[in-house]
Design a protein around this ligand. Sequence first.
Ligand SMILES: Cc1cc2nc3c(=O)[nH]c(=O)nc-3n(C[C@H](O)[C@H](O)[C@H](O)COP(=O)(O)O)c2cc1C
Length: 371
Amino acid sequence: MWFGERARQLCEMLQISLPLVQAPMAGGWTTPELVAAVSNAGALGMLPAARQSVDQLVAAIDAVRQLTTKPFGVNFLLAPPEPFDGDFRDMRATVGDLRAELGIPDSPAVAAAPPAVLEQQLDVLRDRGVPIVSFAMGNSRALVDRLRADGALTLGSATTVHEALALAQSGVDGIVAQGAEAGGHRATFDVNGADTLPLVGTIALVPQVVDAVSIPVIAAGGIMDGRGMAAALALGASAVQMGTRFLTAEESGAFAAYRDAVIDSDGSNTTVTSLLSGRPARTIRNRVLRELEASAVKPLPWPFQGTALRDIYEAAARSNNADFAFLLAGQAGALARRGQRAEEIVAEVSTSAAHVLQALGSATTAGARRA
Ligand SMILES: Cc1cc2nc3c(=O)[nH]c(=O)nc-3n(C[C@H](O)[C@H](O)[C@H](O)COP(=O)(O)O)c2cc1C
């Protein structure tokens, strides 16, 4: 087995053949076709539940089930809506010109909190026997207990050792350690008294989390190919979770200009900002972000900033306009490839990781013989 004992044990627990997880990516990019293709290739496909109604989640799970008999998982973002007085006039005025440029009405976006549907969604997972559930932006022992009682394995997301320890205490079956390179929202839920967002890089975070907890650790953030996968396994991770790499898969729902922006990005033009959704997320810098920065208007609280701008993001996606879209992506976008099916990505990354590890192993053995 090229990937070692830790990874083998995790694969056995999750009932998968390769220690590779496709990151759940909310926003419409993680289609059921992508999830099923990844699972069919022997890795683990993950559906995001964020911003999905109960009916949408049911439809997505059923669509995956039509396409695969292999295990797959569902992911939740646990951060509750922050207090908000409903006044978004300043934000509306700030983006008025962008709406006009896109040709969409200057109607106020919905200011109501999204309906709290977690309980109903959990019922859906239980009734449909979804075997793996991951979550980010929160930690809840009650949730972990409930999922275990329903027969699901749980993976919690941590951005620091402190968070990983808290998740382990809650009884999760594994930790997704999200390094600062990662695309998408920061999974952070406890800054542990710090007044700035922790941004610990993957290469620093993973071995520290591995040393701190006795459950499997899945490395996430900037891992795009076999070299990254081999490095993560060398750091003690039991698997990798890759998001940005799958954004450009044939089965992904990402629009063409988004894919181009990912491939054109070497990370130097990504940033972690709360301006686009109300919570820190790594995105590719574009015009909508520059306009919001220049306006100096405070973002609305989570998730209202995202709700207030949703029509802009959706119009941008419809018209294939990366300038006005919410372009979540990690720091190693340029390592993504065009025109690959998810199955090819899984095969390429894992085969290449095996070669890298073998080559390093033989180099070490030869070196030891010479010494
Ligand atoms: C477009 C996009 C959307 C994401 N949405 C979610 C999400 O809904 N839930 C979640 O736990 N993580 C989400 N993430 C973060 C991933 O789980 C993971 O940490 C990240 O993709 C790893 O870094 P990489 O993109 O460099 O591979 C998202 C990432 C991206 C790129």
